[in-house]
Design a protein around this ligand. Structure first.
Ligand code: GLA
Length: 389
């Protein structure tokens, strides 16, 4: 029995226990790491994420009335009950908004029926690995199937992003939802955030004796919400002052020529975005040539740009990255929104234990919370799970 099948049968029996009937659909969606292309999805950039093996699974059963009940395997005491007619942005229990926001974002959602919904979230929370996108995309995938909505993956990504932007109130871009829906085993996805066009870029590093270590710094700085919105606003300010549709529409050389009119901070923010867009395309070329030394260098440059120009790193992430590099990593960088969360390091497979130990003791020496480590191969995106055979 495959892992997905055992996951499906677990959640089916949990659902029956919680609601006294079988679910009509079970679906799952993964979290993600981003190889490179950080904080540029909302500037129409290219990004290069892959889906990880950790998933959120959801089971949904239709009801004859208009009641919506949302329960979670991880929070057995917290059943949230509302009605299809009461869905409104920024209302209800914060954790249930990720689920109900997706329902709300479905066109003509009032024509759906009531539902019982059970969530089993196995993407590490707060680690910057997009547990929220995994939750939204698992629900969207299940609803698309259950009500035969025929919504394509691009529109599902836009719909789940809208749920998070408006219903949850987080001004995220479209990378996390897109990769959670469209991920492919064995590949990173070159995603054009302007039109959601994708290209699979094989990411197979084991045969080179390499490993991508994911380091959860366990830091969560409270700047997170305001800091993210502030960075988006500075990119919009740069775009307005430069008179261009988006930061995608200016080269690095042009920015250095035309950016003199921008104030210093706005210029630095724009510089990160424009140089990061170039690094993504250079990383694709490096990956296609299996040139991992160049890929590592680009990861380091991305981190420096996020730390110095975009200022979204933090001491814990910098320490994880610097220690990994001091231990021989080909490259390392923070991933995701920043101000905490995870970093990745491209390291030789034989050095995994040594790098982990060095990072753990560097954290201990500074009295930082102990970091957590993960590895994951690029995995498939969201899917409906069928009954075990
Ligand atoms: C968060 C957001 C994404 C993206 C990243 C930074 O994960 O949800 O849309 O902006 O930060 O690259």
């Amino acid at each position: 029995m495959s892992n997905s099948h055992s996951m499906a049968s677990d959640i089916r029996s949990e659902f029956e226990k919680a609601f006294g009937h079988s679910p009509d659909v079970v679906a799952q969606a993964p979290g993600r790491v981003n190889l490179i292309g950080e904080h540029i999805d909302y500037s129409d950039g290219f990004v290069l994420p892959f889906a990880i093996k950790d998933v959120t699974t959801v089971a949904i059963g239709k009801r004859a009335d208009r009641t919506l009940t949302v329960a979670s395997v991880q929070r057995p005491k917290d059943k949230y009950v509302t009605s299809l007619d009461n869905l409104a942005p920024l209302t209800g229990e914060p954790w249930s908004r990720y689920v109900l926001g997706v329902l709300w974002a479905i066109p003509n959602h009032l024509q759906l029926s009531g539902m019982n919904i059970l969530i089993d979230g196995r993407v590490p929370l707060g680690a910057g690995l997009s547990s929220s996108a995994a939750l939204e995309c698992s629900v969207a995938t299940a609803l698309n199937h259950l009500f035969d909505l025929q919504i394509n993956l691009e529109d599902l990504a836009r719909l789940t992003q809208r749920a998070e932007n408006i219903y949850v109130g987080v001004p995220c871009g479209i990378m996390d939802q897109s990769i959670s829906l469209m991920g492919k085993a064995g590949a990173a996805l070159l995603l054009d955030c302007r039109d959601l066009h994708t290209e699979e870029i094989p990411f197979e590093i084991a045969s080179e004796n390499l490993e991508l270590l994911i380091i959860d710094s366990q830091a969560h700085h409270s700047l997170v919400d305001g800091g993210y919105a502030e960075r988006r606003a500075s990119c919009e300010r740069a775009v307005g002052q430069l008179g261009i549709p988006s930061l995608r529409d200016i080269s690095v050389a042009e920015l250095f020529e035309q950016g003199q009119s921008l104030d210093e901070l706005t210029f630095k923010r724009a510089k990160h975005a424009v140089t990061e867009m170039k690094r993504v395309l250079d990383a694709v070329t490096a990956l296609q040539a299996r040139d991992f030394l160049t890929l590592g260098k680009l990861l380091n440059e991305s981190h420096a740009s996020l730390r110095d120009d975009y200022t979204v790193s933090c001491v814990e992430l910098d320490l994880a990255v610097d220690t990994a590099i001091a231990e021989g990593a080909l490259g390392a960088r923070m991933v995701g929104g920043g101000f905490g969360g995870s970093a990745i390091a491209l390291i030789s497979a034989d050095s995994v234990d040594r790098v982990k130990a060095a990072i753990s003791s560097a954290f201990a020496a500074k009295n930082f919370k102990a970091p957590r480590f993960f590895t994951s191969l690029p995995s498939d995106g969201a899917k409906v799970l069928t009954e075990p055979a």
